[in-house]
Structure formats: structure tokens, C-alpha cells
Design a protein around this ligand. Structure first.
Ligand code: UD1
Ligand code: CA
Length: 456
């Protein structure tokens, strides 16, 4: 039994008012089209087909190997779009699911239900409908006196009675493949709009006295179709809560899920707590029993267990266990903090490894450095890593003590147990267990004291 999906994605999405093709607009970190392809993966047995048109090259490039693409040029309506898949699929599949790529919240389970319904149907097609108070411009489902589906009536032609119908066309259909292609050829151009409407296919089946089945859905949220950026924000809000619920049901605590933004694909271990106004992006993996946030942004970062991250920004970093960080810390790409590292306020680390137990409490910049275990980085320490041309490395041994406001002029090596005095400007390598100091402030001259008068 072969099941293939055809996703209609050729329209411009004029109502989005965007340079970006509608189906590439992201929701929770992934383009709209990704969500639909993903939902269909476990439903279909064959590679999906994406019908592209507007900005075809851009959409094709995104799709890559994840689906086949066929071009619809010009875009003459949804039936014409579906027909473009004929040359690829005729005789090659038993069932065809046709769906619109602007319906990103539909779940796999819903598509499965649609296919199951069609398997039991003696007629050629089943469609997904939803009952809703707000019609949002969707086609209305007209039913006969006996309750069977008669037609889909698009809003602009609906009579007032039809307009009041609460059952709507979602835009997902399952067809018997051998019936579909000929039926698509029979659809006539809509005289008013000059387009070929896929929705007219229902009447063709009805005329041939073939039964049409409907799966009536009750979750309107899942059927949000995106025509404008308002719809996009509604869909994103719904998806974001869906993602958060899943994490919470898997053992993650959230004080305020509404202000916790977690993208698709982020992994979080149990008993981790995510505090409000936290954003977790991209390929981020977080272990167990961490406390993250509030006010934290994390992207493409791996975090172990039992860490505390308060009001910080982390990007492309790795944190092992029991790391304690923030508020106002910043990790950039290549920052690797091993277990029990403490990093306090206003520190920045880039392309550097801080080994076990390093402490860096306040106002430091560490770049292109390797800092040995248990070393203390005093307030205001800077690795002077850039000479205007290239980045130079700094190597500090274990149990070293870097005094406040030390400038480490790279390339530079400090041995185990090395110490620097406050304000030291270190330009030469320091052997192990050695203290370096300088440049101390020198007395220049006597100055006249100025006392400001207070006007109280
Ligand atoms: C469509 C349905 C409507 C349904 C609604 C649900 C039709 C005629 N109407 O209306 O019954 O309630 O979706 O969301 O089908 N597309 C192409 N090529 C074209 C035209 C459109 O690929 O020539 C694609 C679009 O990119 C889009 C999808 O088909 O992804 C639907 O088109 P859209 O214009 O959004 O249809 P709606 O007006 O929303
Ligand atoms: Ca639409």
C-alpha cells in the first residue's frame, strides 16, 4: 500500500506582504513547510512531492533531498497545482494526500485518521473538516439532507445561509490515486476567478454518485491556516504552547510557559526548571536538574546537569556539570566550561576552555585561551588576544591566580601556580609558581585639591 503526499506551496502568499515565500516563514525555528513535511513523514510510505512556483528556486533549495519538487508555472489554482504531480505519481502510488503547505499545525495523527477513513471508503476521496465559530475565509462544507458531503463552497460565492455554516474545509484530502488524476483534468476553470479550484473535485465525485467521507476535527487551533502575519503569530503561539506542554509532560518545570520560548528540536532533561523570559534556540541540548533563567537566551549550546544560568546569553558553547553562571554572562562560540566552573557577572568567554573549578567572578574577557583547573581569574582580567591582524592564544596552568585587572598580552603562557599582581600587564611568559607584578602607578607631582561646593 503506497501513500504519497503532495504539498501545495506554489502560491506567492500575497497577504503576507513579504519578500520571503510564505512557506519559508519560520514557526518556532523551522519554516512552515518543514512542519508539514515532518507531520507527513510517519503517514506516507513514499517521498513527498512539493509543488513550487513563486520563488521556486528558493523553496527548492530549502527542500533539498527531503522531498521531490515539481514546478507549477503559472499558478492557476489549487487543482492545477495538484495536477503538476501527475507526471511523477501516476501509476506509482495507491493513495495521494493533498494538503496545503500553509497549514503547519496539522498533526501526524490527524493525517493518519484521514488515510484510515479513506481506506474504509468505497468512494474516491475523504477530506478533513473542522467545526468553528470563526470561518476565517475558509470554504464551507455543504451537506445534503442525508448528511453526506455535497460540496465545498468558497466564501466569496457563498449565500448568506451557506456563509453561516460552521463546518469548514481544512485543506487536507486523501484520494484514491487512480481516480484523482482524471478528476483533476475534469475540473473547469472558475468563471469568476479564472483559476482551477481543487475544492470543485468534491462535486465531481458527488455527480458520479461516489461517496465522499469527511473526518470532522474538533481542534480548531490545529487547523490554523496561514494567510497573513497575524495568522502566523497565532500559529506560532499555539505551536509554542504545544512544544512547552510536551516538555512539561516529560518532566521539565516552567514557571511561566507563556514567556518561555523553546524551538523545535531543543532537548531538555527531567527536573530542569526553565524560568520566565527564556529563549532556547536551535540545536540546544540541556541535561537534568538545571535551573535556567529568568531572562536567558541560549542557542546551539550543550549543557550538562545541575547547572545554574541566570540572565545570560550563550551561543555555540558547551557547559559540563555544576556550572554556575550569571547574571549577565556571555558565552560565544567555542566556549567550553568544564564542571564546577563559576562565572559571575559581566564576563565574556569565546573560543576558550575553562577547566574544572575555574572561577571568573567579575568583568572579564577570555578569548582564545586555555585556563587550567581551579585557576582564579580576578575581576577585570582581559586576554589581549587580538593584535589587529590575528587572534593569539593564552595558556594558563592549574591553580594560577590572576590578579584584578591583569592584561594578558597574547601569545602568552603562564605556568601552574603562577600569580599576577593587580593591574599587571603581562607581556612575557610566566614560569610556574612565580609572581609577576607591574606596571605600578608612579607619583608624578603634587596636585591642588578641588572641593566641590554642595548647594543644599
Ligand atoms: C484554500 C481552500 C479553502 C480552504 C482553505 C484552508 C481552495 C480553492 N480553497 O483557500 O476551501 O478552506 O484553503 O486553508 O483550495 N497554491 C498553489 N498554487 C496555486 C494556488 C495556491 O500551490 O495556484 C497553494 C498555496 O501556496 C497555498 C495553498 O495552495 O499553500 C492554498 O492556497 P490559498 O490561496 O492559501 O488558499 P485559501 O484561500 O486559503
Ligand atoms: Ca491558505
Amino acid at each position: 500500500m503506497k501513500i504519497t503526499a503532495v504539498l501545495l506551496a506554489a502560491g506567492q502568499g500575497t497577504r503576507m506582504k513579504s519578500e520571503l515565500p510564505k512557506v519559508l516563514h519560520p514557526l518556532c525555528g523551522k519554516p512552515m513547510l518543514w512542519h508539514v513535511l515532518e507531520a507527513l513523514k510517519s503517514v506516507t510510505t513514499e517521498k513527498s512531492v512539493v509543488v513550487v512556483g513563486y520563488a521556486a528556486e528558493e523553496v527548492k533549495k530549502y527542500v533539498g533531498d527531503s522531498a521531490e519538487c515539481v514546478l507549477q508555472e503559472p499558478q492557476l489554482g489549487t487543482a492545477h497545482a495538484a495536477l503538476q504531480a501527475e507526471s511523477l505519481l501516476r501509476g506509482k502510488t495507491d493513495y495521494v494526500i493533498v494538503t496545503y503547505a500553509d497549514m503547519p499545525l496539522l498533526r501526524s495523527e490527524t493525517f493518519k485518521q484521514l488515510v484510515e477513513t479513506q481506506r474504509l471508503n468505497t468512494g474516491p476521496l475523504s477530506l478533513l473538516t473542522v467545526i468553528a465559530d470563526d470561518p476565517r475565509g475558509f470554504g464551507r462544507i455543504a451537506r445534503k439532507a442525508d448528511g453526506t458531503v455535497e460540496a465545498i463552497v468558497e466564501e466569496y460565492v457563498a449565500t448568506p445561509e451557506q456563509g453561516a455554516i460552521k463546518e469548514l474545509n481544512v485543506g487536507a484530502y486523501c484520494f484514491k490515486a487512480d481516480w484523482l488524476w482524471d478528476a483533476l483534468h475534469r475540473i473547469e476553470k472558475n468563471p469568476k476567478k479564472g483559476e482551477y479550484y481543487l475544492t470543485d473535485i468534491i462535486e465531481l465525485a458527488v455527480k458520479d454518485h461516489l461517496p465522499v467521507q469527511a473526518v470532522v476535527h474538533d481542534d480548531f487551533i490545529e487547523t490554523i491556516g496561514i494567510n497573513t502575519r497575524v495568522h502566523l503569530s497565532e500559529a506560532e503561539a499555539a505551536l509554542h504552547m504545544r512544544i512547552n506542554h510536551e516538555h512539561m509532560l516529560n518532566g521539565v518545570s516552567m514557571m511561566n510557559p507563556a514567556s518561555t520560548y523553546i524551538e523545535i528540536g531543543v532537548k531538555i532533561g527531567k527536573d530542569t526548571t526553565i524560568l520566565p523570559n527564556t529563549y532556547l534556540h536551535g540545536n540546544t541540548v540541556i541535561g537534568e536538574r538545571n535551573v535556567i533563567g529568568p531572562n536567558t537566551i541560549i542557542r546551539n549550546t550543550t549543557i550538562g546537569n545541575d547547572c545554574k544560568i541566570l540572565a545570560s546569553v550563550l551561543e555555540g558553547a558547551v557547559l559540563e556539570d555544576d556550572v554556575d553562571m550569571g547574571p549577565f554572562a556571555r558565552l560565544r562560540k567555542g566556549a567550553h566550561l568544564k564542571s564546577h566552573v563559576h562565572m559571575g557577572n559581566f564576563g565574556e568567554v569565546k573560543d576558550s576552555t575553562l577547566h574544572e573549578g575555574v572561577k571568573m567572578g567579575h568583568f572579564s574577557y577570555i578569548g582564545n585561551a586555555n585556563i587550567g583547573a581551579r585557576t582564579n581569574i580576578g575581576a577585570g582580567t582581559i586576554t589581549v588576544n587580538y593584535d589587529g591582524e590575528k587572534k593569539n592564544p593564552t595558556e594558563i596552568g592549574e591553580d594560577a591566580f590572576i590578579g584584578s585587572d591583569t592584561m594578558l598580552i597574547a601569545p602568552l603562557k603562564l605556568g601552574d601556580g603562577a600569580r599576577t599582581g593587580a593591574g599587571a600587564v603581562v607581556t612575557k611568559n610566566v614560569p610556574e609558581d612565580t609572581l609577576v607584578v607591574g606596571m605600578p602607578a608612579r607619583a608624578i607631582r603634587k596636585v591642588e585639591r578641588k572641593t566641590k561646593k554642595q548647594n543644599h
